[in-house]
Design a protein around this ligand. Structure first.
Ligand code: ZN
Length: 423
């Protein structure tokens, strides 16, 4: 509609101009180089318009001819790029399908078309890893270019971890982390390598950098911070520096108040320092939240040279802090057995058996039958039930599944750091 209005307006203007000129006829005479031209004003104007149209047409043609090579190059570049990206995405699909050879071919094609190693480097490396061909050489070449250095070191780190080359892994891990401290999962790998190597201070720096760059956060970060501080506290204890050990253990507990090994260590060090009341109040408040046998062990150590009956009384106090906990009832039953308080032992063992039966509880019930009534048959019945039941929780390695006698930063069986869990 707009166009129609524009066209009608333009036509009206042209007609008005022609009528206006026709109403005002005039003669024009031009003398030039011995030539003489006689004509009217409308004819002259028409001639000028014709010349103008002719020149503009020539200009357009010249631009078309002169711009052709540049346009051709642009077209070629766009086509190459499109083909390159196609090869790249096809290559990634080949990786996903596990076709290493196809991926390697497409990686070479994408590389020659795109000429951008930061885009094609990862595909080349993944293809090389799948086919088992010179992945290390390719990754090393990548570490030399700033735009692919991170991917190169990260790839070499992964290969070294797979080959169990801890020194190589630590070296490439450090370099990759320095280039990109916020990379997902990298901080954890580097931290674990540093902890395994006993580099506590370096491991602490890794956590600080990871927190600043978002590589680790929340409970995961708190637990690892507690872990490194706990490791430092243990090292200080080995070096006979009890004051430093206590201060580090307190820091570990503050970093993650649910990290029971740190709480028990603080309580134990306070006990050794002669601050039994402080240690007791710490254990009581921790036991309310997490009724852990490690806390019971320190609680027991607090009562020096006490009789079995005294121990029952003190254990009752701890159980009252968390009456629902099976750990408390089990420890109380053991205390009662030692003090020959058979009825009390049976009450607590029955309670645990009803709520969380385990073979350890069966063993204590068998001991009760033997000690109280000398009833070997009843004891054997309990022992027959035991194998079908689960075991009580213990410090178990999440990596190798072995059970450790107590908590330690690294698994005594496989060396995995922070892997022991209470389960
Ligand atoms: Zn292990």
């Amino acid at each position: 509609m707009r166009r129609l209005i524009g066209f009608l307006l333009a036509t009206a203007l042209v007609i008005a101009g022609v009528v206006w000129l026709a109403d005002r006829p005039g003669e024009v005479t031009i003398h030039w180089q011995g030539w003489r031209v006689d004509t009217s004003v409308p004819v002259l104007l028409a001639g000028l318009l014709l010349v103008l149209v002719l020149f503009s047409g020539l200009g357009r043609m010249a631009r078309l001819v002169l711009g052709a090579p540049a346009r051709f190059l642009r077209y070629r570049r766009t086509t190459r790029q499109a083909k390159g990206y196609r090869a790249l995405s096809d290559g990634l699909a080949a990786i996903a399908m596990g076709d290493g050879r196809g991926a390697a071919k497409l990686a070479r094609r994408a590389d020659s078309l795109l000429k951008d190693p930061s885009l094609t480097g990862l595909l080349s490396v993944q293809a090389a890893t799948l086919t088992g061909n010179d992945a290390v050489l390719q990754l090393q070449a990548m570490t030399e270019r700033p735009e692919t250095a991170f991917l190169g070191h990260k790839g070499l780190l992964d290969l070294a971890v797979k080959a169990d080359d801890r020194a190589g892994a630590l070296d490439h891990g450090r370099r990759a982390f320095a280039l990109n401290p916020g990379a997902e999962g990298l901080a954890v790998t580097v931290f674990d390598l540093q902890m395994t190597a006993g580099l506590w201070a370096e491991a602490e720096h890794t956590l600080t950098a990871a927190r600043r760059h978002g590589g680790l956060r929340g409970a995961d970060l708190d637990r690892r911070r507690a872990l490194v501080l706990f490791a430092r506290a243990e090292a200080a204890l080995k070096a006979d520096d009890a004051a430093l050990a206590l201060s580090l253990a307190e820091d570990a507990r503050d970093a993650d108040p649910r990290f029971i090994p740190a709480v028990s260590l603080v309580a134990e060090l306070l006990r050794r320092k002669g601050k039994a009341r402080k240690a007791a109040s710490l254990i009581l408040s921790a036991f309310k939240v997490t009724p852990h046998p490690d806390l019971i062990a320190v609680w027991r150590a607090l009562g020096e040279a006490e009789t079995p009956l005294d121990w029952v009384k003190r254990m009752q106090k701890l159980t009252e802090a968390n009456p629902a906990s099976c750990e408390g009832h089990l420890a109380l039953a053991e205390a009662a057995l030692e003090a020959h308080l058979w009825g009390q032992a049976r009450t607590h063992l029955d309670k645990v058996m009803a709520e969380r039966p385990s073979w350890q509880t069966c063993a204590l019930l068998a001991r009760l039958e033997r000690d109280e009534k000398k009833d070997e048959n009843a004891a054997l019945i309990w022992m027959a039930k035991a194998p079908a039941l689960a075991s009580d929780s213990a410090w178990t390695c999440g990596a190798c599944g072995s059970v450790a006698p107590g908590y330690s930063v690294s698994c005594p069986a496989c060396g995995s750091v922070g892997g022991l869990e209470w389960k």
